[in-house]
Write a protein that binds this ligand. Structure first.
Ligand code: AMP
Length: 293
């Protein structure tokens, strides 16, 4: 079956009503386009687990706290459609701004606590914009399952919390981060890196991985682990750490001692490009190694 491109909410609702009448399940993979193999992984998983795959492509203006970042965000719908066709996507929902925001937005979704630290602290309003557009997409599509990448771990935690606290009838499926062979997490923003910046960028994952290994090996001094990771990054040309934290993976609050699974998560600037990444240290790894010690 070929990929259908739908640009209006009414058109999408009509089409999905007939999908539902036929008894088919619906999966949604929300994206901002500039699709790469990381998105591909989300799409493939959706394809495996649901009958009708919907990919939304929408660069959401209300989640950008800097106008020039929104304007500079890469866009290539023709290429994205080819990408979706090649992966057997049934429907691409690609609304214009006026279709998603026909009048000034007055209703927003706010998530407390989980948005206080990390990206929430450095990008004011970002998660309000994300939460609102995701809620809107879930209401428009009403999928059985929606797929989100672990690369954006705070976003994933926020969305899970919305679904739980607002009783949204959807299953949220996390998808593991796809990386380049040198460890750099795939991201639409990687295209902005110069050749020299691209060479230093994998240091982010290496520093997180090392911190994760130290924690899994029983390191109890979180500050010392963070300091070491900071030091590994700050010395590199053009690199500035925005934040680097060890957090509880559910409420995204920084921890000062390890009592369960944690995520080590960071945002760094490489030149004018902001990269984020994280690693999960599951309790199993922590207790396993602690027991051996
Ligand atoms: P974006 O287009 O950047 O908003 O991303 C759309 C979805 O793809 C989000 O759920 C991201 O977490 C996910 N995603 C982005 N990059 C990757 C990656 N490298 N591996 C897995 N999922 C990703």
């Amino acid at each position: 079956m070929s990929t259908q491109v739908i640009r209006t909410v009414v058109g999408l609702r009509d089409r999905l009503a007939s999908v539902r009448r036929a008894g088919a399940s619906i999966g949604l993979a929300p994206t901002m386009g500039a699709l790469h193999a990381g998105h591909g992984r989300l799409i493939e998983r959706t394809r495996q687990e649901t009958d009708c795959v919907v990919v939304s492509i929408f660069v959401n203006p209300i989640q950008f706290n800097q106008n020039d970042d929104y304007e500079r965000y890469p866009r290539d719908l023709a290429r994205d459609l080819e990408f979706c066709r090649a992966r057997g996507v049934d429907i691409v929902f690609a609304p214009e701004i006026d279709e998603m925001y026909p009048s000034p937005q007055r209703a927003f979704v706010e998530v407390e606590l989980l948005t206080e630290h990390l990206c929430g602290r450095f990008r004011p309003g970002h998660f309000r914009g994300v939460a609102t557009v995701v809620m809107k997409l879930l209401n428009i599509v009403q999928p059985d399952r929606a797929y989100f990448g672990e690369k954006d771990a705070q976003q994933l935690a926020v969305i899970r919390r919305i679904v739980r606290d607002l009783a949204v009838p959807v299953e949220i499926v996390p998808v593991a981060t796809l990386r380049e062979p040198d460890g750099l997490a795939l991201s639409s923003r990687n295209q902005r890196l110069s050749a020299a910046e691209r060479r230093v960028a994998p240091a982010l994952y290496r520093a997180l991985e090392r911190a994760g290994e130290r924690i899994a090996a029983g390191a109890s001094d979180v500050e010392a682990v963070k300091k070491e990771a900071h030091a590994a990054l700050e010395g590199l040309p053009g690199v500035r750490v925005e934040y680097l934290e060890v957090v509880d993976p559910e409420d995204m609050q920084p921890v000062d001692r390890i009592a369960g699974p944690v995520r080590v998560t960071a945002a760094v600037w490489v030149g004018a490009t902001r990269l984020i990444d994280n690693v999960l240290c599951p309790l199993a790894a922590v207790t396993q190694v602690t027991e051996r010690a």
